[in-house]
Design a protein around this ligand. Sequence first.
Ligand SMILES: [Zn+2]
Length: 305
Amino acid sequence: MSTRYLQTLRHPVTVEGRGLHSNLPCRVTLRPVEQATGLQFLHTPTGTLIPAKAELVSDLSLATTLSRDGVKLSTVEHLLSALAGLEIEHAIIEVDGAELPILDGSAAPWVQALTEAGTRIIPGPRRVIRILRPVEVRQGGKWMKVSPYPGLRLRYTIDFDHPAIGRQTRELTLTPEKFRRELGSARTFCMDRDIEFMRSKGLALGGSLDNAVVFSAEGPLNESLRFEDEAVRHKMLDLVGDLATLGAPLMGLVEAHAAGHAMHIALVKAILADPTAWTWADVEEKAPAHRGFHHPVPAAHPLPA
Ligand SMILES: [Zn+2]
């Protein structure tokens, strides 16, 4: 938790590209809002407004899809991750296609677009969902758990039966700076052995080494990785995006073991379904970490790590 203010964009910004699965072109224009609206997609061909809420998530096989009134928007998670990671939680997202652009497979191009657009504060307090007691979801050896923590801390483990990926664990307390530095540029990934199967189902038609890391048994087919553990970092990026479907920022420790979109959303729904497990809370400014409007801190003041 960094800001206690509600943030929207300062200026509109447009991004265009093709969908990973459909390979169809899509134009996305993010627009500022005047009041607290949350994040809402507007499918411009039909005029359908689709809030980024877990109750509207319909398909989770390889990406996160939102649906309303027969309109589907897929692969929304990387943009939602960039918005949530930068704590821009109120905006209209105009989309003219059915699948958001994959761009380079990470959230970095979205982060860049949002940075160009800038941020602006809108009236009202920023309220978060503060976890009071643990909530868990399990499916075989896969599980997720959220427990009380004074911030948003993520601990993610993946354990692939694949020599080039294997077991990776990473943990961090999320801030916009850490999102930019440690998660935002981690690319989506797959295994070469899965590509034929995905293509046979009409998926990953827009996939290439320009927008995904492809692992063979010997290692990545791409020239290089952006991080040694890029795979687990991307899963954390996906998690940040899926958590945005709570409709409010989360204050808690989220642990994930061998999870994916379906389990991320299952946890979100389990949290929302149990109002005794959480409470609304205001974000308390962690003086002296930030220079707030009312309590300016001298620039020379030491910042905690
Ligand atoms: Zn992803």
